[in-house]
Write a protein that binds this ligand. Structure first.
Ligand code: FCB
Length: 447
């Protein structure tokens, strides 16, 4: 047996997002988001699933906080639904919506759990989409006003904030690949949205400094890892290009104040221009306290002429995939974190999401999800390695506390360490919940 050990000061947590768990879609003054509209459009989400009720956490948040307490986490990352607090995207605050989050925050604090708030986890108010959504720079102004209002409401009791969750998904997956709301398929839209999200991030950071001077703010890009199949230069270059789309495109502007020129040119060749306005890069590159990293999957890759935008072919070496079909590559987690540290320096990192999809059902009040425990062990071992290698990892937040609405996959794909029965909303902690609890208590586990 080997013991995998973590430093005492690492923060443990769990994460969720508003549209995926809250439900109560038309209660308390909430108006539709782009995800309400998208999920109610036939053919967009598997089985026609939508977030109208989700996990009903809007009504059951106290029960959920009790599970967090039992789990023993230091932190809980959740997101605010913009259309719950500012239903039209701009204008008056909706007091009932604000009260919901105030209640949740108070409940967390009373139970010794530190809140970490994500401002944008993809539920853009539909009213803003109708005026152009993130393709329009007006949405940046609206986001700044929304962020400021939230900092003013909660900045006295909440110090950790995340501006944007997974800007790659909110831009390219949603506006170029068409898989997420609003479901567009234009590379120009993808590029515009990616840039506007980063400017919105910068504008929020700027306001944050005035309103919450002692707080900590960051964002949460998603990354994968593509390991070159051979050390041939063409394979190495292909993998670099493919990773650049998620990594450098969303990080160079923030940490270096520039976009990767190779990708700017590649997009241009495909007919999509990056449209910079004076001052954008200064805003985007303001210092932040931490980088949030979401990691799920990785693979090997090699050069293949004409393959996709980047001429990189993914090579699955075996069948080790989670139930959602994503290859398991725990070594990639170590590599990408090392790589980020080498490229951007000692920026403190929170693992804001990591976890696995396995669709085990509940039986006699138990859920035996050994595969999820194995996945967590492998990925936490990578964290332990990277900590030992000197990378400043501040915390690890598992995705997710609950099975929930997994976007275009609907409820079919389960990521929770707590099982949710989507008819009765009954919660059942899985074996992984108890394993994680034990790991948090001990600060180590054995393999
Ligand atoms: C990430 C999302 C999160 C969840 C996981 C599985 O891309 O941020 O909401 O759906 O994937």
């Amino acid at each position: 047996m080997t013991t995998i050990q973590f430093p005492d000061n690492i923060k443990w947590g769990a994460a969720t997002a508003s549209y995926q768990i809250e439900g109560a879609a038309s209660e308390g003054g909430r108006k539709p988001s782009i995800w309400d509209v998208f999920s109610h459009t036939p053919g967009k989400v598997r089985r026609g699933d939508h977030g109208d009720e989700a996990c009903d956490s809007y009504h059951r948040y106290k029960e959920d906080v009790q599970y967090l307490k039992e789990l023993g986490v230091d932190m809980y990352r959740f997101s605010i639904a913009w259309p719950r607090v500012i239903p039209n995207g701009t204008g008056e605050l909706n007091p009932e919506g604000v009260q919901y989050y105030r209640n949740l925050i108070n409940e967390l604090i009373e139970n010794d759990i530190e809140p970490m708030i994500t401002l944008y986890h993809w539920d853009l108010p539909q009213a803003l989409q109708e005026k152009g959504g993130w393709e329009s720079r007006e949405t940046i102004d609206a986001f700044e006003a929304y962020a400021k209002a939230m900092f003013e409401e909660f900045g006295d009791v909440v110090s950790k904030w995340i501006t944007i969750n997974e800007p790659w998904c909110a831009s390219f997956l949603s506006n170029y690949l068409g898989i997420h709301a609003p479901g567009k398929t234009s590379l120009q839209a993808g590029v515009d949205v990616s840039h506007h999200l980063l400017v919105a991030h910068g504008r929020a950071v700027k306001v944050f400094r005035d309103v919450v001077p002692n707080g900590e703010i960051g964002y949460a890009p998603n990354v994968g890892w593509m390991e070159p199949y051979t050390d041939r230069q063409e394979d190495i270059d292909a993998c670099k290009r493919a990773m650049m789309w998620q990594k450098e495109w969303f990080m160079d502007p923030v940490f270096k104040g520039s976009y990767p020129e190779e990708l700017v040119q590649l997009f241009k060749k495909e007919g999509a221009d990056l449209k910079l306005v004076d001052g954008d890069l200064e805003l985007i590159s303001q210092p932040i306290e931490f980088m949030g990293i979401n990691y799920y999957t990785g693979s090997l890759g090699r050069y293949k002429e004409g393959e996709g935008l980047f001429e990189a072919e993914e090579i699955p070496l075996d069948n080790r995939r989670t139930d959602i079909g994503w290859p398991i590559y725990a070594d990639g987690f170590y590599r990408v974190l090392k790589d980020l540290n080498e490229t951007y320096g000692d920026v403190p990192i929170y693992i804001t999401e990591n976890g696995a999809c396995y669709n085990h059902e509940e039986k006699d009040g138990e859920v035996n999800d050994k595969e999820r425990i194995d996945y967590l062990k492998q990925h936490l071992a990578s964290i332990s390695r990277v900590v030992e290698a000197g990378v400043p990892i501040k915390g690890y937040l598992v995705w997710s506390l609950l099975d929930n609405f997994e976007w275009a996959f609907g409820y079919e794909m389960r990521f929770g360490i707590i099982h949710v029965n989507f008819r009765t909303f009954e919660r059942t902690p899985k074996d992984s919940f108890y394993w994680y609890k034990q790991t948090i208590t001990n600060g180590w586990f054995e393999v």
